[in-house]
Design a protein around this ligand. Sequence first.
Ligand SMILES: [Zn+2]
Length: 87
Amino acid sequence: MQREKYDVRVIETRERVARLEHRCSWCGEKINPGERFVRIRCVFEGEPFVNKFHQECNLASEADWKEHGESFEEFTMPRPTKCPRQT
Ligand SMILES: [Zn+2]
């Protein structure tokens, strides 16, 4: 898989509780209603867009960004092991 460098700027990062079902931009799995997720507004090559991540996928994407500073292949990245469920 070839990675390219893009001009990406983050406008806003917000943690939210899903009201509707979403799809995680990182792993492609469902974000279920009631689940916490991270919504990130960005400008990508001059075009605004929104990424939605599971919380653990957001952490994984941040770590990946710090390490590589490059784009990722949407919906195909491995979802990290979930944190122990909090009760
Ligand atoms: Zn995910």
